[in-house]
Ligand binder design. Structure first.
Ligand code: GUN
Length: 315
């Protein structure tokens, strides 16, 4: 069997087209949604992610600004920045890129973001709304996973869904969203015993662990839909050889670019055994940014009491 490859770029492009219409409608009412992305320190991956988010806003005609702060900033200075953004009407969405330096009290910071502008959906109020099934702002990657499942025609109601990973950013909210759509959900994590026994029962398998190629043949049910949330950067030939059964193409990429991006799922096994799967890159990643724009537009609308026009799922 050869799995269907779910094209995340294509799904994200459809969402962006829908959002462009919504943005045009908002602009005709004199509203230009605005996003502020706060980046602390010099983490190269975070820099690239934040640049991608700001650029996506620009492409769609949203206002955006990147606030780059030094790694030695204190929690109270960072709180002040967030409070200033809370107070600015031009800013509808505030995103503080994670991870933050250890010294920063991330929980205190997330609590300080105005929940109406919390486009990451990480404020406890939005997390609580998700838990209790009330509409709110939902974390972008799990929201993107749901768009992928729905738009690729994957049956969710009654399906056995297994989420590997229990982070507040991905695993927990993904499990809640799947439950809301009437899947039978199991959440696995680093302490789960006989993990492959559990995952190999999954009709929908979501891998969000951050370990390259961790989910392989034995973990996958024949015909399952496998959603790979991992983005791992391999820079050593031995790591590439350890992941890929047929490494020629990946080694070629390593030689040309100096790294190979790979997910948490062994891609050749997924291709052979799954019914459908999201590749890395080009699967979940593009959806995360599309859903950030969607959340920013939604926040702009909701803060002003303007009714919904987007087709993206209102949760
Ligand atoms: N770091 C990795 N993914 C994310 C995300 O979706 N939001 C934020 N704020 N930080 C991240």
């Amino acid at each position: 069997m050869s799995a269907r490859i779910i094209n995340g770029n294509q799904i994200a492009a459809s969402i962006r087209t829908e959002l462009a219409q919504e943005i045009a409608q908002l602009k005709s009412k004199g509203v230009m949604p605005g996003l502020a992305a706060v980046l602390v320190g010099e983490n190269p991956a975070s820099k690239i992610y934040v640049q991608g988010k700001v650029k996506a806003c620009e492409t769609l005609g949203l206002y955006s600004e990147q606030i780059a702060l030094p790694a030695n900033i204190t929690t109270s200075q960072l709180l002040k920045t967030v409070q200033e953004l809370n107070a600015r009407d031009q800013i509808d969405g505030i995103l503080v890129q994670l991870p933050l330096p250890d010294r920063i009290n991330a929980a205190e910071l997330l609590l300080a973001i105005d929940p109406a502008k919390d486009v990451d959906g990480l404020h406890p109020l939005n997390a609580g709304k998700l838990l209790s099934g009330q509409p709110g702002l939902v974390p972008c990657t799990p929201a993107g996973i749901m768009e992928i499942l729905e738009r690729s025609g994957t049956p969710i109601r009654g399906a056995r869904a297994v989420v590997v990973g229990r982070s507040s950013l991905v695993g927990k909210p993904a499990a809640l969203l799947l439950l809301q759509r009437n899947a039978t959900v199991t959440v696995c994590h680093s302490q789960t015993e006989k993990l492959s026994f559990v995952t190999s029962e999954a009709d929908i398998l979501v891998a969000a662990i951050g370990k390259p190629g961790f989910i392989h043949w034995d973990f996958i049910k024949e015909g399952a839909t496998v959603i790979d949330v991992g983005i791992n950067r391999l820079t050593r030939e031995e790591d590439v050889r350890a992941i890929f059964h047929e490494p020629a193409e990946a080694l070629d990429q390593l030689a040309k670019k100096g790294y190979v991006l790979t997910g948490d799922v062994q891609p050749e096994d997924a291709r052979e055994k799954a019914g459908a799967f999201t590749p890395v890159p080009g699967g979940v990643g593009p959806l995360t940014i599309a859903m950030l724009i969607s959340n920013t537009v939604r926040a702009a609308r909701q803060r002003r009491g303007i009714a919904l026009h987007s087709k993206t799922a209102e949760i």
